[in-house]
Every structure is written in structure tokens, then in C-alpha cells.
Design a protein. Structure first.
Length: 471
């Protein structure tokens, strides 16, 4: 049986096939954080789901070329930097750094590319795309100086969110990045400068201004991955207007179908309520780490419920994750011990007995990434092998196969504890950073710390020098 995933566009489970004629490489675009605040665990539900997707594809032999953008200019970041009295780049840097630390703490594999919307090449591409859209009659500059996408020029507008434009009667133009379905209208591609923007401004053929949020993702996605992408993900709130707008902009520009498979995760709830600052149930990862929970435990909670089911976050759930991981650790220790019971040379790995149903784990993931069923299969196998270990009937050869199987499962779940070997790339960056610090080049040292964080490691400066830990 091959892999099947639910496509938000067709609202059906479909067999997965990448566009690559060799069938090996998958391009994946995932909408990243808006860096105006610390990401909350709801955001991380989306990123952990995407991590599970990437690792599942890799487990099945695909190579994944993944882009995760950072939205470092939009309505929210501009408002935030002015409230903080900081230049935009300085304001967003704090949250970018925090984001990379959080990704590492949650054992999320770094994307192949982390483009930032304010990157000069991306702004240039946004301007180029908007020019093309104007040339082709899909966009126009309005009296307010901003450029808008003409939604009626693209009959498929509304397909992803399953809206019928004729029934909706668009209500004019919308300049804000986010809007409700009731206020549908021509949306802003380029926003003319207004005094509230302060010094956040770029030159363009339509005067000074800044890009809208939606064109940022279209430009970074098609700029890095090309006009056609295999999979595009986000949380369910991204479907409208963000992804709907991305399809319209990209397809009107390139003339090609933008994305094969749209995947969206359901929202995370806290104690069955929407997470919000006002309800006081708003958690960031660092809040939970401060309370003594680990990134591994939070990861467990976030991936334990299938991505298309609502996930209700509770502290009881976190305690249950702690218990489950302790069971996993204990089992891991026992199978390693059993595998080492005879010297390697004498004990060839034996196939796992069929009745352990080891393949049920991967099969559950192949079935639209059913993580809860996959964890069910894992813990069933743990229960069964523990019984055989207790009875002394698990052979060392079987135990060795189990260790190999555990490693495969762990390549997806990332549950295993213990110190990890430091990769050579991280060692090299660490050495370069020591040199930069000795030369008092702190900007370079900060840059290298970020690079190291992107590879999943945290470096701290202590009186004894740099201390490295797996984030
Ligand atoms: P934002 O920083 O608001 O652009 O959101 C970043 C990502 O997190 C997007 O993919 C959102 O859809 C997703 N997201 C936001 N809130 C939640 C939530 N409560 N549960 C799951 N995903 C969310
Ligand atoms: Zn996006």
C-alpha cells in the first residue's frame, strides 16, 4: 500500500505521487511564523505536524526539499516594532532567535531554506510578480496608491476555501492582511506607505510602500521551489484568505497549477477552548519549559493526535506524555540490553515475528498520517515485547532487529533521549564562533550561534567557554 494524504482542495484522501519524474524528490512549502511575538504551542502544532510529514516522507525514501518562510514584515510586525520603539529588524530578531531555539527544543528538523520576507531578492521577486499581474490585467493600482489583486479576474478564487464568489458579493477592497469571508474583496499586493509605517518602506514602480503578506509567500515559494510545488501546508486558519490568495497570485503569474496537495492541521485548543491571551490559557513553549516540562514531552503531546482532529491541550495530557516516554525509554533500554546479551559476531539479526505487527506503525502513517494509530501500534508492540522479555523468550537476534526497528521509528518520532554525537558541521561552526569571539566580532558570533541553532543545537557562553547542548 502506498501513501495517501487528505487534500484540502479536493477534500478527499488521495494517493501521493510527487511531480519528480524519478519519483524521489518532494517539494514542500510550509508557512512559517510571523515574528512579532513568541510562537505559541498552537503554532507549534502546525510545525510538528509538518515535521512529522517530512520525516514520514523521508522514512519512505523520499528526499524532501522544504521551505519555511519567516514573515518579518506585515501589519503585525510593523505595529509591534512601533509599540516597542525599535527598528523592524531589531524587533523581529528577538523572535526569530527564539523561534529557532524552540524548533530545536521540539526536535523539528530544520527546513532546507528559511527565507525571510525582507530579504532583498524576495522583495525584488514580489515586485516582479506584482508587475506581471498588472500587465496581465489581474491587478491594478487604486486611488489610495496601493496595488490590489482583482479577484474576479481569477474564476478559481474561492476554490480552496469552497466559497462561491457569485453568492458572496465582494464588498470592495481590503487592505489588511487578514480579513473574514464576509469582507471578501480585492486584496492588497502592495501597500502604499502610510505614516504609521514609519521607516518600514521600499521603493517600487507604484511608489514607496511595502508588500502584502500573501504575495510574500507566493514570491518565496515560487522563487525557491519553482512554479509548481508538491505539498503546501499550514494551520487551518491559513486556508482563507492566505492560501486562497497565494493560489490566485501564483497561478495568474506563472500560468501553471501552483500546488498539488494542500494539507492543513486543525487548531489546538486549550482545555477545550480557543487559546487566547484574554482567556489566560495562552502557552508558549518557553512557559512550559519553565514549568519543568521538556521539549520532547511537548512534542509527544503535539503529535499524539492526528493532525485533522482537534487537539485539546491539557496539563494532564503532558503528564501522560511523560509516562508514555518513560515507558518508551525503559523498553529501549531493555531491548538494547537483550541485543547485547550475545556478542554481535555470533548473533545475526533475525526477522521480527509477524505477530508483533511491526509494519502497523508505518502503515498508520501511510494512511493520511494517522499518528495516534501509529503510536497505538508502537505501544502495543512495546507491551508485547516486554511480555516476551519478562518470559525470557525474546532472542538476542530478535532484540537486535527490534533495536534497528526502534531507530527507524525514532527517525520519525524523535522520542529517544540521551546525548547525541555532535555533527562535524556543528563542530566547525563552534570553532569559527570561538575565533569570532576571541576577535571580539560579536555580530559574527551571534550569526554563528543562529546557524548552530538552525542545526538543532544550543550554544551557551559560560566562564569555561562555549557549552553545547542538543536543543
Ligand atoms: P502565524 O504566525 O499566525 O502566521 O501562524 C503560523 C502558523 O501556525 C500557521 O500555519 C497557522 O495556521 C498556525 N496556527 C496558528 N494558531 C494555531 C493553533 N491554535 N493551532 C494550530 N495551528 C495554529
Ligand atoms: Zn504563507
Amino acid at each position: 500500500m502506498g501513501i495517501s494524504y487528505f487534500n484540502s482542495l479536493s477534500r478527499q484522501i488521495e494517493p501521493f505521487t510527487p511531480r519528480d519524474p524519478a519519483g524521489r524528490t518532494v517539494s514542500l512549502y510550509t508557512c512559517g511564523p510571523t515574528v512579532y511575538n513568541y510562537a505559541h504551542i498552537g503554532n507549534f502544532r502546525a510545525y510538528v505536524f509538518e515535521d512529522l510529514l517530512q520525516r514520514h516522507l523521508e522514512f519512505r525514501g523520499y528526499t524532501v526539499n522544504r521551505v519555511m518562510n519567516l514573515t518579518d514584515v506585515d501589519d503585525k510586525t510593523i505595529r509591534g516594532c512601533h509599540a516597542a520603539g525599535l527598528p523592524l529588524a531589531e524587533f523581529t530578531k528577538t523572535f526569530k532567535d527564539a523561534f529557532f531555539q524552540d524548533l530545536a527544543a521540539l526536535r523539528i528538523k530544520p527546513a532546507s531554506h528559511f527565507p525571510e520576507a525582507t530579504g532583498a531578492e524576495h522583495i525584488a521577486r514580489m515586485i516582479e510578480m506584482i508587475s506581471t499581474l498588472i500587465e496581465r490585467g489581474h491587478a491594478y493600482q487604486a486611488d489610495d496608491g496601493s496595488v490590489y489583486f482583482r479577484i474576479h479576474s481569477f474564476p478559481a478564487y474561492g476554490r480552496l476555501a469552497h466559497l462561491n464568489l457569485d453568492e458572496l458579493r465582494p464588498s470592495g477592497r481590503v487592505n489588511s492582511d487578514e480579513y473574514e469571508k464576509e469582507n471578501i474583496g480585492d486584496f492588497a499586493l502592495w501597500k502604499a506607505w502610510v505614516p504609521e509605517d514609519g521607516d518600514v518602506v521600499w521603493e517600487s514602480p507604484w511608489g514607496r510602500g511595502r508588500p502584502g503578506w500573501h504575495i510574500e509567500c507566493s514570491a518565496m515559494a515560487t522563487g525557491i521551489l519553482g512554479p509548481q510545488i508538491d505539498i503546501h501546508c499550514g494551520g487551518e486558519d491559513n486556508i482563507f484568505p492566505h492560501h486562497e490568495a497565494e493560489i490566485a497570485q501564483s497561478e495568474c503569474c506563472t500560468g501553471q497549477s501552483f500546488v498539488r496537495l494542500w494539507m492543513h492541521c486543525k487548531h489546538l485548543l486549550v482545555d477545550n477552548q480557543k487559546m487566547s491571551k484574554s482567556a489566560g490559557n495562552f502557552h508558549t513553549l518557553r512557559d512550559l519549559l519553565d514549568k519543568g516540562y521538556t521539549g520532547r514531552e511537548v512534542r509527544y503531546v503535539l503529535l499524539s493526535v492526528k493532525y485533522r482532529e482537534p487537539l485539546n491541550f491539557t496539563f494532564d495530557g503532558l503528564s501522560a506524555a511523560r509516562g508514555a516516554l518513560a515507558r518508551f525509554d525503559e523498553w529501549s533500554r531493555r531491548i538494547e540490553e537483550a541485543a547485547a546479551a550475545q556478542p554481535l559476531d555470533f548473533t545475526a539479526a533475525e526477522p521480527l515475528p509477524d505477530d508483533l505487527k511491526a509494519e502497523a506503525f508505518g502503515a498508520a502513517l501511510d494512511d493520511d498520517l494517522n499518528a495516534s494509530a501509529a503510536l497505538g501500534a508502537l505501544f502495543e508492540l512495546i507491551r508485547e515485547t516486554n511480555k516476551r522479555l519478562d518470559a525470557g523468550i525474546l532472542t538476542p537476534g530478535q532484540a537486535r532487529s527490534l533495536v534497528a526497528w526502534r531507530d527507524e521509528v525514532n527517525s520519525i518520532l524523535q522520542f529517544q533521549s540521551g546525548a547525541a554525537a555532535i555533527p562535524a558541521e556543528v563542530e566547525a561552526l563552534l570553532a569559527a564562533r570561538a575565533e569570532a569571539r576571541a576577535a571580539k566580532n560579536f555580530a559574527e558570533s551571534d550569526r554563528l550561534r543562529d546557524e548552530i541553532a538552525r542545526l538543532g543545537w544550543t550554544v551557551k557562553d559560560t566562564k569555561d567557554g562555549q557549552k553545547l547542548s542538543k536543543s
